[in-house]
Design a binder for this molecule. Structure first.
Ligand code: SF4
Length: 223
């Protein structure tokens, strides 16, 4: 990593932290941890439910679901009909209910009811992809892993830190430029920035605190 990249990264992270604290809503999984503690299964469920859904809506669904089920056994004890009814507000409710049942069954049968702490084992579970696996490893088990969602992929490219086409490529590229001590927090910081400032279409560059360190790659229209 060049001196400039190292300096750029350190400035970006410090500035994001200064500007994010107390200003914006926490990302979903951090909110779940704040409310329920570092419960691996709850963080896993929240992450699975959040795919292609807004954090605010997913949080409501998590609240409803966790009132009646907080363990793989409890998820499996719910009928598919009831589970789908709870998940319904965030869409893709049939697929998501099915995923929760499959993941719960696998965790019970193959891992004695405990969410594995190992990336390879997590990825063996049908329904869990790299993004979910890395989020659980980092946030719950404190194992360095970069969770690359759409915000992390988009902003890492706009900043000019990576030049990639897919989140999987971004994860590999970030592992080379991002010091390991930043891997876990990178997702949370960029998710908040992506939801509030560096939005997908027409980002708010005029009020972006990290603009001095951003190359604004492929950013055409800004506010
Ligand atoms: S300057 Fe614009 S493109 Fe760069 S991070 Fe900020 S909002 Fe995103």
């Amino acid at each position: 990593m060049s001196y400039n990249t190292k300096r750029q990264l350190s400035k970006i992270i410090t500035t994001l932290k200064e500007n994010i604290v107390h200003c914006f809503q926490l990302p979903l999984c951090e909110s779940v941890i704040k409310k329920h503690g570092k419960e691996p299964f709850l963080v896993l469920v929240a992450c699975l439910l959040s795919l292609r859904a807004k954090d605010s809506a997913t949080m409501h669904v998590c609240n409803d679901l966790f009132k009646v089920a907080q363990t793989p056994e409890e998820i499996l004890s719910l009928s598919t009909q009831i589970l789908e009814k709870i998940i319904y507000p965030i869409g893709f409710y049939r697929n998501k209910a099915k995923t929760l049942k499959t993941v719960s069954t696998t965790i019970l049968e193959k891992y004695s009811g405990t969410v594995p702490k190992d990336r390879e084992e997590l990825l063996k579970i049908k329904g869990i992809g790299p993004k979910t696996a890395n989020l659980v490893l980092g946030l719950v088990y404190n194992i360095p892993a970069i969770c690359v969602d759409i915000h992390v992929h988009r902003i890492s490219n706009r900043l000019g830190l990576v030049k990639t086409k897919t989140p999987v490529e971004t994860e590999k590229a970030l592992e080379k430029v991002l010091p390991e001590r930043y891997w876990i927090e990178w997702n949370g910081l960029l998710v908040i920035w992506g939801q509030n400032i560096c939005t997908p279409i027409s980002p708010f560059c005029s009020k972006c605190a990290i603009k001095p360190y951003c190359k604004q790659v492929n950013v055409i229209k800004t506010r």
